[in-house]
Ligand binder design. Structure first.
Ligand code: PEP
Ligand code: MG
Length: 579
């Protein structure tokens, strides 16, 4: 049994067979072959080796010709490794005696070598691990041939284990079969994490390297509450987690009874809970969880994973579906927030510092034609229900004014074409950049509502990449600086009497509910799965209690003190809260 600590990003427990994604995005298949197939499997392995020799020799000859013999020698080392009699003996024994499939045997044997190299202190030798990865890939490619499979086309339940999954790969996971996933890299605020929460499957990211220790078909447990991954669990651990799964199910059933009750506090103050969605099909999920509207519709997922750029009709149809599903309840459509980690894979490597680069509203204001298409579609959807528009990542007043001007232009355009829309549609913006909070009084005078995006606000305030596991401990909503920015923003909105909501991941974490209500927030927008639990907390507390908690939290100097104080206070009111 092996335990790995990662970052918990989507709650719940999953127990099942591993599906290990190779670095090239194809599956490393299951473990065993039939007893009578051993000889043919060994022949298949030999053929894969032979094909790999030929490929490497060709590479060696080409590189030697183009760059000189010393460069070609790199491939000699690969050939030597492939010829190593000990490797052949080991593989032979795994296949003959343990009936491992050649793919499983190759990946198991080579990954053991990789681990040894990776553990060496010498940088040069550790680098050699990449050569062995390369050999593994080459052999697997030859073994799997044309039949190699990606992450689609699953036929039985699996837990996906991968080095990384992009937000669109995550969004495309087949929920009928993928019961959870783990990635070696990634942080709590990454969009992969956000999508996982939307999919409602347990997920852990940022475990560090472990794929060398596991192969397809191995039994794995994902503990999405504690951020734990357990490889090859023993009977006792399986029994314990099976009980936990049961508890999760009965807790979910209990919370379901709250669906049609209001989220008002125990002393009768109205609280509105909205849902965050990435896809139109999530709108009914929000209603099932008792959401009063959509507080954040992240429209960039219309782009990610799409084969072509969406046109006005694609936009309009998606918005129409959401607005119809919500039956007259508010729907806040956020304009494109592409860029940084929400990036088409081919564009991902172009920027050195993508979170500070051409992303979000900046990108929309550079690509005016595309922006107009989206604005027109949102305006047309505003004729169908209570649609509100929100601009992401505003960092200057000029950006806000430009975006609003373009919206006004599009209104004229629709009017000229006699197309219906709501001229009074509410126009809001996200508060995600400290510069906005510094000038918040000016901003509140120019919008109809605000929504605080703590996922980015934390990142830009503390200078911590939200998707980098190596700085994950610094990425926290409990930081006193973050609390003060929220406090200031809420006060400015109240001063101007405009609605304010908070739609970052913080709003879905029970730890912060009392604080946020105490700071004056009355609207939270949350991943649908978290709505019932947050509603239960809202219904259990009084505003007076929350105000006392917020006042005390604002006096503390350190993030960890804030967090433990908030947990303590929450436990006093809701003793059975998870975590
Ligand atoms: C945020 O930054 O808090 C937010 C809600 O937007 P996103 O997570 O899509 O960047
Ligand atoms: Mg954001």
């Amino acid at each position: 049994m092996q335990r790995l600590q990662g970052i918990a990003v989507s709650p719940g427990v999953a127990i099942g067979e591993a599906l290990v994604m190779g670095n090239e995005g194809f599956r490393i298949p299951r473990r065993f072959v039939a007893r009578d197939a051993v000889d043919t499997e060994l022949e298949r392995l030999e053929r894969a080796f032979a094909a790999a020799y030929v490929e490497i020799e060709q590479n060696r000859d080409t590189v030697s010709r183009e760059l000189g013999k010393e460069y070609g020698a790199i491939f000699e080392a690969h050939l030597q490794m492939l010829r190593d009699p000990k490797l052949h003996e080991e593989l032979d024994q795994m296949i003959r005696e343990r009936h491992y499939s050649p793919e499983y045997a190759v990946s198991r044997a080579l990954r053991r070598y990789i681990k040894v190299f990776q553990s060496l202190q010498s940088g040069y030798l550790a680098e050699r691990a990449n050569d062995i990865f390369d050999l593994e890939k080459r052999l697997l490619r030859n073994l799997l041939g044309r039949s190699r499979e990606g992450i689609s086309g699953l036929t039985s339940p699996v837990l996906v284990l991968a080095h990384n999954l992009t937000p669109s790969e995550t969004a495309n996971l087949d929920r009928r079969f993928v019961r959870g996933f783990v990635t070696e890299i990634g942080g709590a605020g990454s969009h992969t994490a956000i999508v996982a929460e939307g999919l409602e499957i347990p997920a852990v990211v940022g475990t560090g390297p472990f794929l060398t220790d596991v192969s397809g078909g191995d039994l794995v447990i994902i503990d999405g509450d504690q951020g734990l991954v357990i490889l090859h669990p023993d009977e006792e651990t399986i029994a314990r987690y099976t009980r936990e799964q049961e508890q999760h199910r009965s807790q979910a059933a209990r919370l379901e009874t709250l669906r049609d009750l209001p989220a008002d506090t125990a002393d009768g103050v109205a609280i509105q809970l909205f849902g965050n969605i990435e896809f139109p099909h999530e709108a009914p999920q929000c209603l099932e969880r008792g959401s009063q509207g959509i507080g954040l519709y992240r429209t960039e997922f219309l782009y990610l994973g799409a084969e072509r750029e969406p046109n006005e009709e694609d936009h309009f149809r998606a918005y129409q579906d959401v607005v119809r599903a919500m039956g007259g309840r508010p729907v806040v459509i956020r304009t494109l927030d592409l860029g940084a980690d929400k990036m088409a894979p081919q564009a991902a490597d172009l920027e050195r510092n993508p979170f500070l680069g051409l992303r979000s509203i900046r990108l929309s204001l550079r690509n005016l034609d595309g922006f107009r298409v989206q604005l027109r579609a949102i305006l047309r959807a505003s004729a169908l229900g209570d649609v509100r528009i929100m601009f992401p990542l505003i960092s200057t007043l000029l950006e806000l004014r430009q975006a609003k001007m373009l919206l006004a232009d599009m209104m004229e355009d629709l009017e000229e074409h006699h197309l219906p829309f709501n001229r009074d549609l509410a126009v809001g913006m996200m508060v995600e950049v400290p510069s906005v909070v510094i000038l918040i009084e000016q901003f509140v005078a120019e919008v109809d509502f605000l929504s605080i995006g703590t996922n980015d606000l934390i990142q830009y305030t503390l200078a911590v990449d939200r998707s980098n596991k190596d700085v994950a401990s610094l990425y926290t909503a409990s930081d006193p600086a973050v609390l003060r920015l929220i406090d200031r923003t809420v006060k400015a909105a109240q001063g101007r009497q405009i609605p304010i909501s908070l739609c970052g991941q913080m709003s879905g974490s029970p730890t912060y509910t009392m604080l946020l209500l105490g700071l004056g927030l009355r609207q939270l927008s949350i991943a649908p799965s978290a709505i019932p639990e947050i509603k239960r907390i809202c219904r259990s507390v009084t505003i007076e209690q929350c105000q006392a908690v917020a006042a005390r939290a604002l006096q503390l100097d350190h993030a960890r003190d804030v967090k433990s104080y908030l947990r303590e206070e929450l436990k006093k009111v809701v003793p059975d809260v998870a975590g």
